[in-house]
Design a protein around this ligand. Structure first.
Ligand code: FES
Ligand code: FE2
Length: 351
């Protein structure tokens, strides 16, 4: 049979959702990488994922019924175990060995549920990105998600080039031109890139009493962007002059405020994506109220991204054959895109 599946990186962990989405007692249908997937919890709480497609006549198992740790297709009643094996065909004694549903490795770690949609033998929990959970004691994190009518690659590109803050996020983040005039330092790391930069003369936000004495601050922003689209960013605010005093290397000395954000992009189909995010202050700098303010501002910013990225996707769809013209800010985008291409074609030796 011809493989007509869209060309996704498969041997990696994708975020399937927040653990709180997958409530016990019912199947949860999803579409990831253009494949129908059903999730449910076994009696002991373990999350399982399998193709949302009965082997009989391809009806969705998510319209089925949980029976203990099994799921029964509610079209003609075939019953499957959590490892996808058919154990009952009503009206028939013989169960063919081929009556199996494809299952996917799933791991829940720190509030995030991850799914591996490639070769299950390569699924390795050691490859999970270090996305912090909502109960992480170091940070006070709030969470959210947004669906995009745009390919996941365009959202990855956006997160790999934060120069867009200077234009897209002036209203939400109060971003200054420093995001585009001060070039970041990019380092290739295992399964991704690290991007570090100072933004000098940044506004002292959020409006905290501890920042009120400053007209502006120096902001250090350091993030990792990991295969297939996981963004982990640490940001800290420092007294003016810290960037120059550190020779624009990683900061040492007083931290006025810090925050952390985890974001992840998962393709739903070739042209649609789900964007998961958390954000919040270091626990010594703020509690629930500051965290809520930050996630509200982040949501406003992410809607700014969604507006331009979905519009960009529509233009690209109408522009077959048109090529992009990379500029200096695209260096990190290009490095990461090459890593993704190599993972789609692991046998390739081209750079
Ligand atoms: S389609 Fe599932 S039992 Fe018939
Ligand atoms: Fe953005």
């Amino acid at each position: 049979m011809t493989n007509t599946r869209p060309n996704f990186v498969r041997n990696c962990w994708y975020v399937a959702g927040w653990d709180y989405e997958f409530t016990a007692g019912k199947p949860h249908p999803r579409t990831f990488l253009a494949e129908p997937v059903v999730f449910y919890r076994k009696g002991d709480g373990t999350l399982v994922a399998m193709a949302d497609r009965c082997v009989h006549r391809l009806a969705p198992l998510s319209l089925g019924r949980l029976e203990g740790d099994d799921i029964r297709c509610m079209y003609h009643g075939m019953r499957f175990t959590a490892d996808g094996k058919c154990v009952e065909i009503p009206g028939q004694d013989m169960i063919p060995s081929s009556a199996c549903i494809q299952t996917y490795p799933v791991v829940e770690k720190g509030s995030w549920a991850w799914i591996w949609m490639g070769d299950p033998h390569l699924a390795d929990a050691a490859l999970l990105p270090d996305a912090r959970g909502l109960d992480d004691p170091v940070w006070v994190l709030k969470s959210g998600q947004l669906d995009y009518a745009a390919p996941h690659e365009l959202i990855n590109d956006n997160l790999l080039d934060l120069s867009h803050l200077a234009y897209v996020h002036v209203a939400s983040f109060g971003a200054t031109p420093g995001w585009i005039t001060q070039q970041p330092r990019t380092t290739q790391i295992e399964r991704g890139v690290r991007v570090e930069r100072w933004v000098e003369s940044a506004p002292p936000l959020p409006p905290l009493p501890s920042l009120a004495a400053y007209e502006s601050v120096d902001m250090w922003a350091s993030y990792e962007f990991l295969i297939p689209g996981v963004f982990l960013m640490y940001t800290s605010l420092h007294p003016p002059g810290t960037a120059k005093g550190s020779n624009h290397a990683a900061p040492a000395g007083d931290v006025l405020f810090s925050n952390f954000t985890c974001q992840a992009v998962t393709p739903l189909t070739a042209g649609s994506s789900r964007y998961f995010f958390s954000w919040g202050p270091g626990s010594q700098f703020g509690g629930e109220e500051i965290a809520q303010q930050m996630i509200d501002v982040a949501m406003a910013a992410f809607l700014e991204d969604k507006l331009i990225i979905e519009a960009q996707a529509r233009i690209i769809a109408m522009s077959p054959g048109e090529k992009i013209m990379p500029n200096a800010a695209d260096r990190t985008v290009t490095i990461f895109q090459r890593m993704m291409e190599r993972m789609k074609h692991p046998a390739s030796t081209s750079s």
